[in-house]
Design a protein around this ligand. Sequence first.
Ligand code: NDP
Length: 282
Amino acid sequence: MKILDGKLLAKSLNDELSKKILSYNNEYGRKPHLLVILVGDNPASQVYVKNKEKKAAEVGIKSTIIRLSKDVSENNLLKVIDEANANISVDSILVQLPLPNHINSNKVIDRISIEKDVDGFNSKNIGLLALGRPKVIPCTPLGCYKMLESILDLEGKKVIILGRSNIVGKPLSFLLTNKNATVTLAHSKSKNLKDLCLSSDIIIAAIGKPNFVKKEWVKENAVIIDVGINVIEDKNGLRKIVGDVDYEDVIKKVSFISPVPGGVGPMTIHCLLSNTFLLTKN
Ligand code: NDP
């Protein structure tokens, strides 16, 4: 069994990226510029945004955070996006999700120009990915793909993705299909999940259920990518983060597994940075 170390892979990819950004900066006299819009004071979102800001600075990307009150009207948020779309000093725009309930997230995401949509969640970007003509690929799916690509050839591999959300499972199913894998996209209404998993070479779990996948579900030498982030209390009442796969249970059976934390998370951030640079060059 080998650990698919997302932290290490992200570090090496970030090192490569920062060299490219440095030479871009030398040539054009400017840094790529990521604009993050944060609405409200959700503590998890604050932590994510801070982390993105820090990682961006490490590779030479300038980031600006616009903080808006949780009561901001949808119209005012859309105006901020319009201004950022029109601002030529901004290369990429990210609206941190989730948004407060009174705001229509789909409308907001679709307002971001596809030339600046760094998360790739805009319906045009998702549509282009589904058609096999991607421009910007959502960061978590792209991170999962880069991890897989670092260890195997996806062509003809049977992959099951657990979870069909618009930000992880669905775009990932398009991406891996484009890369010639045979993909099953499963969800809470799927039947015989265990059998579907047992017949798969690769299991990607993105459902948000702690330790859901057990060794009885996993075929010998399977590869596992664990996207889940779940906070649980251990036997001693201490909070810890675990994935959707029971790591200790499956570990002897698999050929590769990505840990949580230190797997998909750092790769997602790497892809945010590489997408920013891609949009900057475009
Ligand atoms: P969502 O809650 O949006 O979607 C969950 C998906 O899982 C749904 O499609 C749901 O099915 C499916 N599901 C739920 N329960 C089951 C079940 N028992 N069997 C099969 N399918 C099930 O989650 P996200 O996609 O946003 O996130 C998933 C996990 O990944 C979370 O833990 C999240 O924190 C983590 N995450 C990690 C990231 C990272 O960078 N590492 C980035 C993004 C997310 P249905 O559609 O039928 O309801």
